[in-house]
Design a protein around this ligand. Structure first.
Ligand SMILES: [Zn+2]
Length: 287
């Protein structure tokens, strides 16, 4: 946690302050930190989103959950005197998209990838249904400010988008490119070859600051490092699978030690190997 706070402070000015001792011990950690210019990062426990303040109102992103969204809405009203005009979901997963109805109730327009709308309806996600969807790319303009929304293909889900804030030189990207952290567990909802291609597309985009959905801020070098991790992981696991090795044999043979200083390496890298092995076996059977 200390590392997260120092990394954030190094790149911006804290306007939220660190949770005071007066707050209940079990109250979720919530904080707003300026990333650059008019772009701010919102933290709710281990989840993060961003929002852009413009003269005509605010563009919010992942609401995270209804309580978090309620808190953020009142903080934006009191600190900036602005209404939330748009809310953009990074992807459908419930721990990021929940709570959109809190913003929509005040007239915010909800935007997401077209596949996200399908899943939000199909899985009855507890959030507002997107009113505007897109397939590849969309530019959102408000109060003279711009946000570029892009779909980069399937990766951690089939409906993940990234949001680029050109004036702030920042990219908001959730769950498919953690910063100095291995991938989350065993790739339960994942598309592995396309995932690596999405990362390469991010590397070709124009930004300096990477604002992920979890953990510390990063840079484009972190995207390259994570693409290399995913290539190493899937390349080595594929080699083992082609040699007919079992999962246990693959786990013993795959060497990811050059990433051993990354967060969650001990806990999740064996799960990453297992998840990649299962996905690769499915692909090799033509499923
Ligand atoms: Zn997710």
């Amino acid at each position: 946690m200390f590392r997260v706070i120092t990394a954030v402070l190094a790149m911006g000015v804290s306007i939220g302050g660190i949770a005071s001792a007066a707050q209940a011990q079990d109250a979720p950690k919530r904080e707003i930190v300026q990333i650059s210019g008019d772009l701010y990062r919102f933290q709710n426990k281990f989840h993060y989103s961003v929002f852009l303040v413009t003269p005509a109102g605010v563009i919010a992103t992942d609401p995270i959950d209804a309580d978090a969204a309620q808190w953020l809405k009142s903080e934006i009203a009191s600190r900036f005197g602005k209404q939330i005009r748009y809310v953009v979901y990074s992807h459908d997963h419930v721990d990021h998209s929940s709570g959109g109805e809190v913003f929509a109730a005040d007239g915010a327009i909800v935007i997401a990838h077209e596949n996200a709308k399908r899943t939000i309806l199909g899985e009855k996600r507890p959030t507002a249904v997107p009113q505007i969807t897109f397939k590849k790319r969309m530019t959102l303009e408000l109060g003279g400010k711009t946000v570029e929304l892009r779909y980069l293909g399937k990766n951690h889900s089939d409906n993940m988008i990234v949001m680029r804030f050109p004036e702030e030189r920042t990219l908001f990207a959730v769950d498919f490119l953690p910063v100095q952290t291995v991938a989350y567990r065993d790739f339960s909802d994942a598309y592995l070859p396309e995932w690596i291609e999405s990362l390469a597309r991010v590397e070709r985009m124009d930004f300096d600051i990477l604002a992920p959905g979890h953990g510390q801020l990063g840079t484009k070098a972190d995207v390259t490092a994570f693409r290399e991790y995913m290539s190493d992981l899937t390349g080595q696991v594929l080699e083992q699978a082609r040699m007919g090795k079992s999962l246990e044999e693959a786990k013993a043979a795959v060497d990811l030690s050059k990433y051993s200083d990354w967060a969650q390496f001990e806990a999740w890298s064996p799960l990453n190997i297992a998840g990649a092995y299962q996905r690769i076996q499915l692909n090799r059977r033509g499923n």
